[in-house]
Design a binder for this molecule. Sequence first.
Ligand code: CA
Length: 230
Amino acid sequence: MLMKILLIEDEHGLIITLTDRLRSEGYEVASALDGKNGFEKAQTENYDLIILDVMLPKKNGYDVARDLRQKGIGTPILMLTARGEMIDKVLGLKLGADDYLTKPFEVMELLARIEALLRRAPSHTNGNQDPGAFRFGNVAIDFKRAEVRRKNKPIDLSAMEFKLLQFLIEHRGVVHSRDALLDAVWGYDAMPTTRTVDVHIAWLRQKLEENPRHPKFIQTVHGFGYKFAD
Ligand code: CA
């Protein structure tokens, strides 16, 4: 089955280059030149992945991502941001993007990110469990809305805390090294250190664990890294 990608981007040159390349990699590609048109296409057709530029005419990428998630459309979104706009990346993730890539980028890197997102995406046939929600202990998470509640009270997580938590849950039972978490959650072009991971893990435990010193869910695997309990 051909994977379908929707490319929402206003640079003609980039659309042509990427469309050619993605087709040669075996993807089916549709494109939209502005945010409004892209938003409509994303709702009327089923895509496996959306590549979404931030700066777009008519409706910017943030608004497109947010509105798609609000409509319950969970298609993975890879956002394209301008160089060094860290704030924008965080905002994009909070609004529902799954990953981001900074322009200018190598096409090989884009292809790697696309593959990773498609692998992570829940298969369409596996319909009996809601991939948009997860519960553990007295915590309930709504991934589509990026909302976390504990004992039914809303918990305020930063975009990175949320992304880290989501990654651990999606790969629960698997041990991740700090470096692997940095790559997966912060991205290759970010420059935090492994200490950043420890700090975010500590914050998550403070906010979500009954006893942060003896965490039941967000576990340390000594000498290796972290995992979310099975
Ligand atoms: Ca643009």
